[in-house]
Design a protein around this ligand. Structure first.
Ligand SMILES: [Zn+2]
Length: 194
């Protein structure tokens, strides 16, 4: 039996917010993007997903993809993270049929936000997050999403790319994110996109 199997992740605490502004969380996300070599790749979505999967693996994360048939038992786990220790965590995603590479990248980046922002605040070194935030947990969900926006669309790289084209659709393709994510990030950074 592995160490993680010996513990019940349902008992892990939910994330507490770090209580930083969106701008401050963006700075943390920009730094992480630098560290991990993220930016405008222009690579096909599948390759861009693999790049992020490798970063997750390097940090000690396993990615578990579940099909619709497994949803009944595992419903709460889809698009979620269970952190067993700093070196060991699981991220649950829908399988390739239910979740394409763009959505998988955005979800992985969000879950990494919980790992980087919220796990250090856990008293016992464990954490679970499943998008079901209430109260303080909802703020933590927002923080993880802000982190993801900055990781996938680093400030300097987005501004550079936006000088060549301000079409959200094209920027979304260059950075392998959804158009909605481009628009959210651009609005927050006051970068004009069409
Ligand atoms: Zn979350």
């Amino acid at each position: 039996m592995t160490r993680k199997a010996a513990r019940n992740a349902a008992d892990y605490p939910l994330p507490m917010p770090i209580g930083l502004s969106r701008k401050a969380v963006y700075e943390i996300g920009n730094d992480a993007a630098d560290l991990f070599g993220m930016g405008s790749s222009g690579m096909p979505p599948d390759e861009a997903l693999e790049q992020l999967e490798e970063i997750v693996a390097r940090l000690g994360g396993d990615i578990i993809r579940l099909g619709f048939a497994e949803l009944t038992a595992q419903e709460m786990r889809v698009g979620s993270i269970e952190i067993h220790s700093e070196e060991e965590f699981d991220i649950y995603l829908l399988d390739e049929v239910g979740m394409g590479p763009i959505a998988a990248r955005e979800t992985l980046a969000h879950e990494l936000g919980h790992y980087i922002l919220h796990h250090p605040l856990s008293d016992d070194g464990t954490l679970r997050a499943n998008h079901m935030g209430e109260g303080p947990s909802q703020q933590a969900e927002n923080e993880a999403t802000w982190f993801a926006e900055a990781l996938l669309l680093p400030d300097a790289a987005l501004r550079d790319a936006a000088q060549k084209t301000n079409a959200a659709k094209v920027l979304a393709r260059i950075f392998c994110v959804s158009e909605a994510t481009v628009r959210n990030r651009a609005r927050a950074l006051d970068v004009k996109v069409s």
